[in-house]
Design a protein around this ligand. Structure first.
Ligand SMILES: [Cu+2]
Length: 148
């Protein structure tokens, strides 16, 4: 195959892989910010399967979310958890890392995706949980963007 065709094929394959990103989101029935996070994911090309739950703490336990990392909704993608108002860039990183069991934005920081109500944004950390149960800082964020 000519080099440019190989590049084109790779591009098409990665395009297809992205189009098929499916995430399960578990949430409480009356959680408005959870719905806003779902809208944010959909606007970024994710296919969201929305699950209304009666017992979120049971869901979090099943998904392997350490209590110290807890927030409102719990997402699951590729068998890994996505806890709270996690930005898309961090979900993409999670998908590429075999060492992580999940990623979290603990609490509900002002200005994080789905938590933007025009109030002053606070800087927050995205935390990864390793398969060994250790927290690692994946980055500092403001709004939905990493702070560099
Ligand atoms: Cu929330």
């Amino acid at each position: 195959m000519k080099p440019y065709l190989t590049a084109l094929a790779a591009l098409l394959i990665s395009g297809v892989a992205h189009a098929a990103d499916v995430i399960d989101v578990h949430r409480d029935a009356n959680c408005g910010c959870c719905k806003d996070w779902i809208k944010y994911l959909e606007a970024n090309g994710f296919e969201v399967r929305d699950h209304v739950e009666a017992n979120m703490s049971a869901v979090k336990q099943r998904a392997g979310v350490a209590p110290r990392l807890g927030s409102c909704h719990t997402g699951v993608i590729d068998g890994k958890f996505v806890e709270g108002h996690v930005p898309v860039a961090a979900i993409r990183e999670l998908q590429q890392r075999d060492d992580l069991a999940g990623v979290a934005v603990p609490g509900m920081p002002a200005g994080s995706p789905g938590m933007d109500y025009g109030q002053p944004h606070e800087r927050y950390q995205v935390i990864g949980l390793t398969e060994q149960g250790r927290d690692v800082v994946m980055g500092d964020y403001l709004g939905s963007q990493p702070v560099r």
